[in-house]
Design a binder for this molecule. Structure first.
Ligand SMILES: Cc1cc2nc3c(=O)[nH]c(=O)nc-3n(C[C@H](O)[C@H](O)[C@H](O)COP(=O)(O)O)c2cc1C
Length: 414
């Protein structure tokens, strides 16, 4: 019998991993992509088997963290993380958009020292990479938002906390050791919305990011498929009779939520933006702008900043990536207020492309949740470290030692 080579041992371990993986129990958006990708080994397209990555430090890129997270997060929660709407076309478009933009490297520029700092309102951050608001971190790891806050503190990133968090803004701020931004889902009841805003302001949040892209969340087919595959009894957290969707939502503790249906806001108009501005001293940023027309209206309504976002492809099934929406928003804003962007950022080069197209900073969602689900706080830290190092590598190749030196001339349409 031939002695097994290290290649054949690794291959056997890999096949064992695949057989045990929830990838084969659930074929959600990411699951399908990962499973089909696994047939063709390539540097980006196939994450190595999670079983062979004993620690966060072993991850080369954020897809490695994804592979491990897929072995640990329960299938329904994985589907919640993956899901877009309908055919998940916009989830894919967010990634595909980056392939339509190429980089134009410049040579013989001294990039020994890099400066990635960026000023957003009154605070200068060492990095333009921001932790996007993602609901219910405890669905992905028991340490939830606290692990994310500690990672943000360790690496000094700006964190934006979801209204739909499973740990309160006070506890997260304390773990972060500095104020966080608060993302607001306006509810259908003004009194409750105002209470959320006042609580965030009292906790020291300098900025409230009002999410405006969720008039409905009907059509999350990938989520619904994943829920059907999950054999666990989910009554405790999800049944209306057991306290319903607000049960583990810390920001709603003590509030009368009996008339609330969830974070859906088909009734929101620009009047609400004004009402919010009149209610709080926090800077009001709009999250979910994707057109020049709305960016112009945002300026007219004196909003403090914009996040170009399609909710990670979970809102409308537009089929349009945020990296392709960004230039028209940047042009309409004309540098008057900060423009942030999120959606599909997985590589430092993706971040570089957004900065070149005029974004002041970039928010990441699913990648840090992969890190959280895979390893807890060390996984989130590794995610942030990977993206930071990759951005720095891109800046060196492009001959751009500062964020200000990254301009449109650094990129071209493919
Ligand atoms: C599981 C999940 C939960 C989310 N929860 C919220 C939320 O509570 N509030 C919000 O404004 N956006 C939420 N988002 C959207 C993110 O803030 C962000 O726009 C998106 O994740 C960016 O795309 P990416 O995941 O491809 O990086 C969520 C996204 C995901 C994947």
């Amino acid at each position: 019998m031939p002695t097994p080579t290290s290649d054949s041992v690794n291959r056997r371990k890999f096949l064992q991993f695949l057989a045990a993986s929830p990838l084969f129990a659930y074929a959600g958006a990411g699951g399908v992509a990962l499973a089909s990708r696994s047939r063709a080994w390539s540097a980006e397209n196939l994450a190595p088997p999670g079983a062979l990555l004993p620690s966060a430090a072993d991850a080369f890129n954020v897809f490695d963290l994804e592979a491990v997270a897929r072995t640990k997060i329960p299938v329904a929660h994985l589907a919640y993380l993956d899901t877009g709407v309908e055919g998940d076309v916009t989830v894919r478009a967010n990634r595909e958009g980056f392939a339509k933009i190429q980089l134009r490297p410049r040579r013989l520029v001294d990039t020994t020292r890099l400066d990635t700092s960026v000023k957003l309102f009154d605070t200068t951050w060492p990095t333009p990479i921001i932790i996007a608001p993602v609901a219910s971190h405890c669905a992905f790891h028991d340490d939830g938002e606290l692990a994310v806050a500690r990672a943000a503190r360790a690496r000094n990133h700006l964190q934006c906390l979801s209204t739909w968090c499973t740990t309160s803004v006070e506890d997260v701020t304390s773990a972060r050791g500095a104020p966080v931004w608060f993302q607001l889902y306006a509810t259908t009841q003004w009194e409750i919305t105002r209470a959320l805003v006042q609580r965030a302001e009292a906790a020291g949040c300098p900025v409230v990011a009002l999410t405006i892209d969720n008039p409905t969340n009907i059509g999350r087919e990938t989520l619904e498929r994943g829920k059907r595959r999950d054999p666990r009894d989910c009554t405790e957290c999800h049944s209306p009779r057991a306290g319903g969707i607000f049960k583990r939502k810390s920001m709603f503790e003590g509030l009368d939520v009996s008339g609330l249906v969830g974070p859906l806001t088909p009734h929101l108009t620009w009047d609400f933006v004004k009402r919010l501005q009149d209610t709080t001293k926090m800077k009001v940023v709009l999250k979910g702008i994707v057109t020049a027309e709305d960016a112009t209206l945002a300026l007219q309504h004196q909003v403090a900043g914009i996040v170009v976002s399609n909710h990670g492809g979970r809102g409308e099934e537009s089929g349009r990536s945020t990296i392709e929406s960004l230039p028209e928003v940047v042009a309409a804003v004309g540098g008057k207020i900060p423009v942030l962007v999120d959606g599909g950022f997985r590589r430092g080069t993706d971040i570089f492309k957004a900065l070149a197209l005029g974004a002041n900073a970039v928010c990441v969602g699913r990648p840090y949740i992969w890190g959280l689900g895979a390893y807890g706080q060390p996984g989130v830290e590794r995610c942030l470290e990977i993206l930071t190092v990759e951005l720095e590598v891109a800046m060196r190749h492009m001959g751009t030692p500062t964020l200000a030196s990254i301009t449109r001339s650094s990129v071209q349409r493919a």
